[in-house]
Ligand binder design. Structure first.
Ligand code: SPV
Ligand code: MG
Length: 670
């Protein structure tokens, strides 16, 4: 691609400013118009330049020597510049224009993003502005179906103000040159004084798209008033702040392209989502915030990287008051739609604008995302992910899964609330739900091999950390083997309860005979389990059954401290009371003695307690232990009853998820 810059004009309206030099050498905002054009062309990758000259030819060619090493500049002199228009200069340069051409007048000033859009346009285009004053005496373009039909200074206000900035394909340029040649070789010499656009208008089969630059700067400098106006505009642009937010931990060429374009709009601030926000939004980031921030800081075009703590942009927008927020247009629908709407509303507060670049789905990037998901699911990464989450988030929310499909529901269910994405952070592989799904009682009857089968089904299709319900842990001699198996497959935490003998589900409480383990014995089991672990990532959590067995908070506290002493990485306090009082009391007392060991709670019986209340007492893992099972199976019972009652399935239909939706629950990975 070549650029053609038309500089043969007299520039007489500039007064003394053009007494000894062409207009393009006029300075504004610390740079001449020409040097600005050449700098931006070079940045846009255009290095072959054709400049037509007229008055002050030698001043101009001399001035251009400083680009000798960086650009390829060819000059074409129009000796009759004072009696012809630029149509004749183009005619004289025609041999050098057998290429894709970016054509501009020498007095045109535009901002970087405008040239970028013109240069990268696929096909031919002309810059127009839907935001500019339509009463202008300059060029206007008559547009139909996005194509420029006619360009003239005489069009009415239905036409859009247009600027002499074109990108023309080789074929389009050749067509225009043929017409220009007709005009300039005619015996009617007055045709050489016409606008080159008059020749262009005569081509009916042209395909030149109108490229709307909107409010961005793209203006000619005709006189000192223009000069003042455009200088002030450049000054304003140099102070313009652009904001973009990133959640990615892998930068690919798509991001770089977006950043380059955004940086052309002003000083770019890159918001980097905090680890907690990324984890709540998609998955645990592969790189921690500090590394992701450093990565963005080192990208050219990014002037500053800052933390964004929530999916909502509000806080950072109010802090930096950007003139422009840039985003791909993919967020107009779906999960992020309310975030986008909030951005527009907040920006309106100071007249800021949202600029959306077309989102291009690229198979390559999709693959990268799939690969990083797959990597996150590998045991080495997954095992430590609960510990990493605990270091990032004040509280972890886990939900029960007992099959591949319930695992996918736990993995993928997400809502947006108050500008925050809410998802489950982890999965609980419940002995109760695993047993129930198999039609068996929760008495350690489903053996470890079967439990591992369920675990594998879930882990195969998900990536989030897994907390495994280890029941009593069995015999210490068996526990040490099982712990290693769980560690090897990538489980993040196993919870064992301090019971012995035939275990019954805790929610039976004292209705069923249950024996709490001897403290020393249980401590030995914990210590043996810890010693059996190969690495430091998997956690062993001690579950205290004192409240279940009506032994009180003090008993629970004494046991929990002993278990931590024996090596437990976390403690779980269980209760079957419908009130959270005892659990909170335990947590308060435990936190007085131990500030850091995670406390797990399972608010099944005391379900009215909120996560916030639990957190305020230092409980940092909340497990919703059986809700998918307890909601799923009644629905199945109703469906079965309905079919029996009605002798057909129709009445059952409204209870059913449409088949299309059920398929959508299962992501296509390959
Ligand atoms: C489970 O989900 O299997 C549990 C929690 O152990 S509870 O059923 O409440 O005992
Ligand atoms: Mg259990």
């Amino acid at each position: 691609m070549k650029a053609l810059i038309l500089n043969s004009g007299l520039g007489s309206r500039m007064g003394s400013l053009t007494a000894d030099r062409p207009k393009c050498m006029t300075e504004l905002a610390g740079e001449t118009i020409l040097s600005r054009q050449l700098r931006l062309l070079e940045q846009a990758g255009v290095r072959d330049i054709v400049i037509t000259t007229g008055a002050h030819e030698s001043a101009l060619t001399e001035y251009c020597k400083k680009w000798e090493n960086s650009l390829n500049i060819a000059f074409v002199h129009n000796p009759v510049y004072d009696s012809t228009n630029y149509i004749y200069s183009i005619f004289l340069a025609r041999e050098l224009l057998q290429d894709d051409i970016v054509l501009m007048h020498g007095d045109l000033v535009f901002e970087p993003s405008v040239l970028e859009d013109v240069v990268s346009f696929e096909g031919s285009c002309m810059a127009v502005s839907s935001a500019a004053d339509r009463s202008t005496k300059d060029f206007k373009a008559q547009i139909r179906d996005g194509l420029v039909e006619k360009i003239s200074v005489e069009l009415g206000s239905e036409a859009l103000p247009a600027q002499p900035l074109y990108r023309l394909t080789k074929q389009e340029m050749a067509g225009w040159l043929r017409k220009i040649e007709e005009f300039c070789t005619s015996s009617d010499l007055s045709l050489r004084r016409r606008y080159a656009e008059d020749a262009l208008n005569q081509i009916s089969a042209k395909r030149i798209f109108a490229l709307d630059v909107g409010e961005r700067l793209c203006a000619e400098v005709d006189d000192p008033t223009d000069l003042q106006k455009v200088s002030a505009e450049l000054e304003r642009i140099s102070r313009r702040v652009v904001y973009m937010c990133f959640s990615t931990d892998m930068i690919h060429s798509g991001h770089i392209k977006m950043i380059r374009r955004a940086a052309k709009l002003g000083r770019l601030i890159a918001g980097v989502l905090s680890d907690e926000a990324v984890a709540g939004f998609k998955r645990l980031p592969l790189l921690p915030f500090s590394e992701r921030k450093a990565m963005f800081e080192s990208i050219s075009g990014v002037s500053q990287a800052v933390e964004q703590n929530t999916l909502s942009y509000r806080e950072n927008l109010e802090r930096f008051r950007p003139d422009i927020v840039v985003h791909g247009d993919d967020w107009r629908e779906g999960f992020q739609k309310p975030i986008r709407e909030e951005v527009i509303r907040v920006l309106e507060g100071w007249g800021g604008k949202l600029v959306e670049f077309p989102y291009s789905h690229d198979e390559k990037y999709h693959e990268i995302e799939l690969r990083s998901r797959a990597e996150a699911a590998m045991p080495e990464l997954r095992r430590g992910s609960l510990k990493r989450l605990l270091s990032m988030k004040p509280q972890i929310r886990a939900i029960e899964a007992h099959s591949g499909l319930t695992g996918l529901i736990a993995e993928n269910t997400a809502i947006l609330q108050d500008g925050q994405a809410r998802q489950f952070d982890a999965m609980w592989i419940s002995s109760l739900c695993d047993s129930t799904a198999r039609g068996k009682p929760d008495i350690e009857l489903v053996d470890m091999t079967s439990r591992l089968r369920t675990l594998d089904d879930i882990m195969e299709v998900t990536t989030k950390p897994v907390i495994f319900d280890g029941d009593t842990g069995g015999l210490t001699e068996h526990f040490v083997y099982n712990v290693r198996t769980l560690e090897r497959v990538g489980v993040s935490m196993v919870i064992i309860e301090d019971k012995t003998g035939l275990k019954r589900n805790s929610l039976f409480g004292t209705q069923a005979a249950q024996t709490q383990a001897d403290i020393e014995d249980f401590c030995r089991k914990i210590a043996a389990g810890k010693a059996a672990l190969k690495g430091r990532d998997m956690m062993i959590c001690a579950r205290i059954e004192s409240l279940i067995l009506d032994k009180g908070v003090e008993d629970a506290l004494g046991r929990s401290l002993a278990y931590v002493e024996a090596g437990a990485d976390a403690v779980m306090i269980h209760s079957r009371s419908s009130e959270p009082g005892q659990v909170l009391d335990f947590a308060d007392k435990f936190r007085q003695r131990d500030k850091t060991t995670p406390i797990v709670a399972v608010p099944t019986a005391y379900s009215s307690v909120t996560e916030e209340e639990l957190l305020s007492h230092g409980i940092n893992i909340v497990i919703y232990a059986n809700q998918l099972t307890r909601t799923g199976f009644p629905a199945m019972q109703s469906a079965a009853r309905s079919i029996l009652e009605h002798h057909r399935a129709k009445e059952c239909d409204e209870l059913c998820m449409p088949f299309g939706e059920i398929i959508r629950l299962i992501p296509e990975e390959y």
